[in-house]
Design a protein around this ligand. Sequence first.
Ligand code: 13P
Ligand code: ZN
Length: 274
Amino acid sequence: MKKLDILSAPYVQEMMKTCTNLYRLGWDERNGGNISYLLDEDWVSPFLDISKPIRKLPIKFDAEKLAGCYFAVTGSGKYFKNIEEFPAENMGIIRISNSGDVVEVLWGLENDAVPTSELPSHLMSHIARLEVDPQNRIIMHNHATHLLAMTFTHELDERALTRTLWKMCTECLVVFPEGVSIIPWLIPGSNEIGEATANKMKKTRLVVWPQHGIYGAGRDMDETFGLIETAEKAAKVYTYVQAQGGVRQTLEDKNLKCLADAFGITPHEGYLDI
Ligand code: 13P
Ligand code: ZN
């Protein structure tokens, strides 16, 4: 049966539009940032011949828990600003082999491009998130400007950073009640940073990489983008508040407690002084 045009696949369109949006926000300069999107086989098979991988690339860690899983991924070294115009060169559709140690390229990544160098962090984070939320599909990394800036000026303590962000905008606690995690500074693209990120992803969907950027996870593109967007907005407000001379009045812990009760959410245990 004739295959449909992959560029019309909703998830490819979402990847393209999201990358442009992230570029315009200034969070993905040059090739900064990467996205992976877990796809069902029956989302892919109407568009691609899944029996014929174009290329096979080794993975340097055990991804057996994702054997047979399909992902749309951004390419390594590829500029987000170019993805919408030239998707086949700058992103791709891959499958993890049954043995868990090979990436099978099914579409895109043309001219010998490879998936993002952050594939270890992405795949390990998918494994971690799927264990706590079987509906998780997206892992997104970018260099959100104000969050990145805060890693130079704010105490790098998970409770302290979470509390600061929660207090910068009333919606924050509702959007990320579990708070944000922080890993130590580590070499990008390494298995080590992947393991550290994935370990934090078991508890929070947001993981801060000091002096680098942010990782977010979610069930769909909007939710994941919105999660990072909300934390980044809080960081932006924090930046303005500092520039305006610092906090004079703020959300108190008792306000946050009322908010949590009203919205039926559970803030990270021990993070409110109540
Ligand atoms: P890639 O171009 O390999 O995706 O890397 C970009 C990046 O942000 C590394 O952390
Ligand atoms: Zn990065």
